[in-house]
Design a protein around this ligand. Sequence first.
Ligand SMILES: [Zn+2]
Length: 374
Amino acid sequence: MGSEADPGGGGWRPVKHVRNPWGQVPTTSGGKALPASARAYMTRLEARQVAKDAAGRRHHYVPQTYLRQWSVDGKRIWSLDTVTGAARQLGIADVCVRENFHRVVGPDGAAHNRVELMFQTVDSEIRRVQALYNGLEDPEALQFADLVGLCVSMAVQRMRTAQQRRLRRQHNAWLVAQDPNAFQPIEDDPDHPHREAGFHTRLLFEAMWDAADVLSTRQIEVWDDPHGRFMTCDAPVLVPFVRNRRPSLAVAPYVLWPISPRRTLALSNDPRGAKAVIRSASGKHVGMVRESVAQGRKRMIFASEEHHRKLPVNNLFRRRAQMRLRCAGRTPNGEVIPPPGCCVQFSEVFAAGPDVALCAQGLHRPAPDMARFS
Ligand SMILES: [Zn+2]
């Protein structure tokens, strides 16, 4: 099949040779080829599915241990609420949290919190890799399991947020408008109080290894800022917008994850043949993270005590991530669709509301409900 880089379609042409520093193919084949430590991680996750139920109702979608890196006392964090404009210290226990966010209904029809227990296992792996990369001095000492642990942690953290749930609602509102017989709303209603959590968390655990594999062929860069100026937000794994559009994971120049005020992990698509490259962060790196955080947040932005005055309080926060829908004459695999007919392309934009511009061939129905989740 042809592509832009290879219009003749006569096969692949190498453009650059780079050493593979891991000594093995750096993917898990969708979870089928896991190193021993990742298999143990899966075993711990699976054990949680049959564990005794937990009582806690306040579920965090960004772990408190992750946010503690920005806190002086381990309890409070400087926070900018981009809806009210208020910048103040808030309790870490009270941010990025929602009542029953992971409460789901089991096959027996009873609601339970075992998914929250699974996220406690996810959180302890996030804590491990965050500490590992915050303290990393010798990249060659990294093991393959540290790459897999990093990528699965980033993939899960990217998918698990309230921001992702909001974007899924936009997507779902469009599908329901197109064919209400084939699609049902994912939003909770009195008869199905935990429906959305069920959809979201099932999808997440099904997709996690494939999502990790998309990241693990990238170059790990560790951006180190001795001034400790990196900020973070309530959707802390960021795919920066390029000219207000979010590139797909396959072509994004960077996927960013600030892991402390001093360090951001940047997965680049510029392989250097090293397990990780530690770079001294310039003002440009700090600015890129700051802008990605400001544009990628759902609502809250966090900074260290030392740099809280740099929180972007004067920004106008009318825009954030939204669904973008366009008609295409080809499927995602490149197959041409003969008219009349089209394929709707989903992506994300930085905008004030969903960006829908579809053809007028009578194939699509308006979906005004999408805007309810702007
Ligand atoms: Zn169309």
